[in-house]
Design a protein around this ligand. Structure first.
Ligand SMILES: [Fe+2]
Ligand SMILES: [Fe+2]
Length: 265
């Protein structure tokens, strides 16, 4: 089994497709993942299942790989306890989770933005321009840049989970470029297409960060590191001055415009 713990999950799934189904049952979405080169042992560590579930998962995988053998499952060493039902974040990670909430509020309004899309009139175009501008200034230049420029630097660039997150950021940037081009050409269909794709991408991306990446990173951080990270985030916030507050105001106004009462958490 040791040999398979050090193999990439895509390789294992290609050889034993049932392993993808088993991981899916534990809400570990490796089968549809575009990168899929995480090692089996890293997946187990990152997802931090309760130890009983982890043993059960590993036994099921081992039975698929070695159907005729009795396999002993090596214990995977990890820091901290398995995840509690309610995730508790360190203060700097909580900051990022709160930023996600504002991004999710915009993402939740994308269907309304599309339904009301008017590229002909100036006020109509302005709604699209402002929404795209929020994505560029808040979600990307403020939030994603904080992750890439500060948070991810504490981990190896070769880690596949980090590569996947960076790839998601690049995909989001490509959608923004395409939206702006389409807006120039007054191409409603292309704007809607890229807004929809952005909504789908960011919904999954934020979920992965909130539920898997940040808790995993938090388990790895010492108290000194947490303090350092918090100070660096605050420094970055100061550089941005009033921008985050103005972005929040924009979201409040857009929700008012669309008369949205449901609270996004
Ligand atoms: Fe991210
Ligand atoms: Fe994020």
């Amino acid at each position: 089994m040791e040999e398979y713990l050090n193999k990439s999950i895509k390789e294992i799934i290609n050889q034993f497709s049932e392993v993808g189904n088993i991981l899916n049952e534990y809400n570990i979405g490796c089968a549809p993942c575009s990168v899929g080169s995480c090692l089996l042992k890293d997946i187990v560590k990152i997802h931090n299942l309760p130890s009983e579930e982890e043993q059960e998962l590993m036994l099921r995988i081992a039975k698929v790989i070695y159907p005729d053998r009795e396999v002993k499952i090596p214990e995977v060493k990890r820091k901290g306890e398995a995840k509690p039902k309610e995730i508790s974040y360190s203060p700097p990670m909580k900051k990022l989770v709160n930023e996600h909430v504002l991004i999710k509020r915009l993402v939740a309004m994308i269907p309304k933005v599309i339904d009301n899309l008017d590229v002909e009139s100036e006020p109509g175009r302005q709604v699209a321009i402002n929404s795209i501008d929020f994505i560029r200034s808040y979600a990307d230049k403020y939030h994603h840049a904080k992750e890439e420029g500060i948070l991810f630097k504490y981990f190896s660039e070769d880690l596949h989970i980090i590569k996947t997150m960076r790839e998601d950021h690049e995909k989001a940037r490509a959608h923004v470029r395409a939206m702006l081009e389409a807006l120039d050409k007054k191409d409603k269909e292309a704007i809607s297409e890229h807004l929809n794709a952005y909504q789908e991408l960011l919904t999954e991306h934020i979920k992965k960060e909130d539920e898997i990446l940040y808790p995993w990173m938090d388990r790895d951080f010492s108290i000194t590191r947490v303090g350092e990270l918090f100070a660096k985030f605050n420094e970055r916030d100061e550089e941005f001055g009033d921008v985050p507050r103005m972005c929040e105001e924009f979201i409040n106004k857009l929700e008012e415009k669309f008369k949205l009462t449901e609270v996004v958490k």
